[in-house]
Write a protein of this length. Structure first.
Length: 443
């Protein structure tokens, strides 16, 4: 019987074909790469799921914390419902750190009066209170859990209490300042503090009248905002920031703030070299006038006559020295670059000149001399600007360049005691002093 032929049998001289015995190196590398890719994707999936689970856990704990904080607030009496030193004042902490469920959380509490007056009823600004709890976490920066509730008083808000409504405005831009800290100082219901909203406004409601409990002190308002200061006339004790408050009275006010600016004054000779002699720089504006002594060619001015320099206000700047004067220039820190740019440059050329004297005697409408007053002189050759203060005899003395019948203007600003006044005077043409009387109305 014939043996079956083995298919591997081959004719003499032909190579013998072999069966595959395992994987090649390339196949191993490809398999390893695919496994690494799949393992990495799987690891990322697991890691993302763990992060999501942790975030969900923190959010759940935060919601429980916020809910608990609201319940604690609702258990308080209505009069105690507020933050320490806040608006309204109360016993709650404005911010605190708590540990709950192994998580460290930041809890902020905001209590505010809500104005929801009934038509035809007087406005009190304190119809009920809103409580807002905000929970955040440094572990999870995106976490921001907020819960809100309201509470009504046991009885109708008293119409015998007062209300202060105010707005903080950037003087230069005429725009509201958001997030400014407003403090209610002296007064029977002070202290209180709050921050301005998106319209720059703050209200202080349910204020005891200044005549209550025998108190006669006025309420005062202070504003604090980074880089800003209030106009001097909008600071206490001036009327914009200080008021008595009668029962049922609503006091409305606007506090104007600004970022202070600098005028860099450069004094040079007619050749353009720095002027290094002793000189006096005079500055005049609608907000006041004054002089600043200097012994250097470059002077940075931030205030004049104790009044800070303000953006968008036009300032006329001049300079004088013994035997020299400079024609004035008018400049301002423009609001187009404010508040990014808070400085402006002025270059004044000091010219040699022969000088004379003007003596102005300031009296009020009753004939009494006025001492310690600032008198402004403008005009003459080159349009100079000078200021001088009256002495005990009411005399202000100016050293001015001689000219051919130069005309100057002498003026004073209104004060709380005197009205404004001005007069023209022909300046000196030789060494003889020119004298002039200037009368201001007594208020």
């Amino acid at each position: 019987m014939r043996r079956p032929r083995d298919r591997r049998d081959r004719s003499p001289g032909r190579p013998v074909e072999r069966a595959d015995d395992g994987f090649t190196l390339i196949e191993v590398l490809v398999a390893t790469t695919v496994f690494a890719i799949l393992a990495t994707a799987f690891a990322f999936t697991i890691s993302g799921a763990l992060r999501s689970f942790q975030a969900s856990k923190i959010r759940t704990v935060a919601e429980q914390t916020a809910s608990s904080a609201l319940e604690d607030a609702r258990r308080l009496s209505y009069d105690d419902l507020g933050t320490v030193g806040g608006n309204p004042p109360g016993v709650l902490a404005a911010s605190r750190t708590v540990t709950n469920g192994g998580q460290t959380l930041n809890v902020a509490t905001r209590v505010s009066y809500v104005n929801d007056q009934v038509p035809t009823s007087p406005e009190t600004g304190a119809d009920y209170k809103q409580i807002r709890v905000i929970v955040t976490s440094s572990t999870l920066p995106t976490l921001n859990v907020q819960m809100v509730t309201t509470m009504a008083p046991d009885e109708q808000p008293s119409i015998n209490e007062g209300l202060v409504k105010m707005q903080v405005v950037d003087y230069a831009l005429n725009q509201p300042v958001v997030g400014a800290l407003v403090s209610l100082g002296a007064g029977p219901s002070a202290p209180r503090a709050d921050t301005t909203d998106a319209t720059g406004k703050v209200s202080f409601a349910a204020l005891d009248p200044t005549t209550s409990s025998g108190s006669t002190s006025k309420y005062t308002i202070g504003v604090s905002a980074a880089g800003y200061q209030a106009l001097p006339e909008d600071q206490a004790p001036n009327s914009a920031a200080s008021t008595s408050l009668a029962a049922g009275q609503i006091f409305n006010t606007v506090i104007r703030v600004f970022k202070p600016v600098t005028l860099n004054v450069h004094l040079v000779t007619t050749t353009g070299a720095p002027f290094t002699g002793a000189a006096s720089i005079a500055v005049s504006s609608s907000r006041g006038s004054g002089s600043v002594p200097t012994s250097t060619s470059d002077t940075a001015l931030t205030s004049v006559a104790s009044s800070p320099l303000v953006p968008s206000v036009q300032y006329t700047v001049g300079a004088s020295a013994t035997g020299y004067y400079a024609a004035s220039q008018t400049t301002q820190v423009p609001i187009s670059n404010y508040p990014t740019v808070l400085a402006a440059d002025v270059t004044l050329t000091m010219k040699a000149a022969s000088t004379g004297t003007i003596q102005a005697t300031l009296k009020d409408s009753t004939g009494a001399v006025v001492s310690g007053a600032t008198v402004l002189l403008t005009g003459g050759p080159g349009g100079i600007v000078l200021t001088a203060t009256t002495n005990t005899s009411g005399v202000a003395t100016f050293t001015v360049p001689l000219g051919s019948s130069p005309v100057y203007v002498l003026s004073t600003r209104a004060t709380s005691s005197y009205g404004a006044s001005s007069t023209n005077v022909t300046g000196p043409t030789n060494s003889t002093a020119v004298t002039v009387n200037l009368t201001v109305p007594k208020l």
